[in-house]
Ligand binder design. Structure first.
Ligand code: UD1
Length: 416
């Protein structure tokens, strides 16, 4: 079922439980390659991006069992290939996260260049810079990037930008390099800390994860472990925004409030009341939404993965707000679709100027990427009449049963 039919149905009310974080599960699954011993990964979300990562691991020789929908056992003793074809890398950019573990364990990889995507060019130069500093030789040709290393040695690596994926890949290689690696200007996202915790469980020696300087003492071998993935702060943020846009009241369970601080700050500025409990949030919207300005930044700044959803919300305010996107150069493609629903948005370079209309109208629209899809669903919850959204496979990459969960708290949304 590739489409959604959404109609407004009043304020959302009830309880939503958040899944494990996609962006934490993907690097953790890749990191399991670092050991021959089995790993158990818990609280894994059921998403097409995760399934594609598991297909990739199986293609290189991993054996994967699931004991329930959210718990994986991965055995990587029999990996017999270090090659990932374009069939995999074109489906999932994060497939490049197997590069670091393959290099660390086998001293080589050959992976089809991931290429650009709908939100920007997304190069891998920082990943390769790190691999080179640790002793790998890199060759790029015929659409593949290959690396070989006879020995990997710790190094001091300064990232020009705190790339999440590059930080993860370099961290994973450094766990098995000889000596100390220091990553400066590292990404500090919660998913980096979750990966470091998984690596700790495998015996790795890492300090500073979650700050901009990560220090890794290489060791010769890592062992199997059990790890529970952190909750998905972007799924949580999307449901918080759903409560806000419908004027509803939602209890969001299984969330780490500290991880959604930048979003809470912006929602509060817009007039939303948020009560922080230990592992849940109560989000209560009033009748009027105030405009605000947002700039996406590396963590702990406002997450680019919530930018589109907040743009939909800001379309329903009673004034003008600006969203500036600083992480990806092409992340406003969904704006044309929101405009077809009556939103008043002007793009000027990296900024979207949003004039609140307090009135959107249902239309036939298409999801251009994962978070764009989420933004259009949010708009559909309050747009007058029927919204028909196509391209729903994008949404399944990062949201487990978004429609079902929204229905459970009162939304009128059907797949067809
Ligand atoms: C991860 C997240 C994604 C999120 C993004 C930013 C996963 C699986 N995905 O993606 O949801 O939107 O972080 O928070 O965790 N860059 C370079 N050279 C590189 C690598 C990146 O210039 O070698 C640039 C990119 O073009 C982009 C910026 O750095 O402009 C951020 O990218 P990065 O942090 O690497 O994002 P991902 O890890 O791909």
């Amino acid at each position: 079922m590739e489409n959604l039919r959404i109609c407004p149905n009043g304020p959302l009310q009830g309880i939503v439980r958040i899944e494990g974080a996609k962006n934490a599960a993907l690097p953790v699954i890749a990191a399991s390659i670092l050991t021959e011993e089995p790993c158990c990964i818990q609280n894994v979300p059921v998403l097409s991006d995760i399934q594609n990562m598991l297909y990739l691991l199986e293609a290189i020789g991993s054996i994967i069992h699931t004991s329930d929908r959210h718990q994986l056992y991965i055995e990587n003793a029999n990996i017999n290939s270090q090659i990932a074809s374009y069939d995999f890398t074109c489906r999932l950019r994060a497939s490049f996260l197997i590069a670091g573990p393959l290099l660390a364990r086998f001293g080589k990889f050959k992976i089809a260049l991931p290429g650009g995507c709908k939100i920007g060019t997304r190069p891998i130069d920082l990943h390769l810079k790190g691999f080179t500093a640790l002793g790998a030789s890199i060759y790029i040709g015929h659409g593949y990037v290959e690396a070989t290393a006879s020995a990997l040695t710790g190094a001091r690596i300064y990232l020009d930008f705190p790339s999440v994926g590059a930080t993860e890949n370099i961290m994973m290689v450094a766990t098995k390099a000889i000596g100390t690696t220091i990553i400066e200007n590292a990404a500090a996202e919660p998913e980096i800390l979750d990966l470091a915790n998984f690596l700790h469980g495998m015996g790795a020696k890492i300090t500073g994860a979650g700050t901009d300087t990560i220090i890794i003492e290489g060791i010769s071998s890592l062992h199997g472990t059990t790890h529970e993935i952190i909750p998905d702060r972007i799924e949580a943020g999307t449901f918080m925004t759903a409560a806000a846009i419908t004027g509803g009241s939602l209890k969001i369970e299984n969330v780490i409030p500290a991880h959604v601080k930048p979003l809470c700050a912006k929602l509060r500025e817009m007039g939303i009341t948020i009560h922080e409990l230990q592992s849940s949030l109560l989000v209560e919207a009033g009748s009027a939404l105030c405009p605000t300005d947002i700039k996406t930044l590396p963590y702990p700044g406002f997450p680019t993965d919530m930018q589109a959803q907040l743009c939909a919300l800001m379309s329903m305010t009673n004034g003008t707000g600006i969203i500036t996107e600083t992480i990806f150069e092409n992340r406003f493609m969904y704006v044309n679709e929101l405009k077809r629903m009556g939103a008043d948005i002007t793009i000027e370079g990296r900024a979207a100027i949003i004039k609140g209309t307090a009135h959107l109208s249902g239309a036939q629209v298409s999801a251009t990427d994962l978070r764009a899809g989420a933004a259009l669903v949010l708009a559909g919850l309050v747009a007058e009449g029927e919204t028909i959204l196509s391209g729903v496979s994008h949404i399944r990459r990062g949201y487990a049963d978004l429609a079902g969960k929204l229905r459970s708290v009162g939304a009128s949304i059907q797949e067809f």
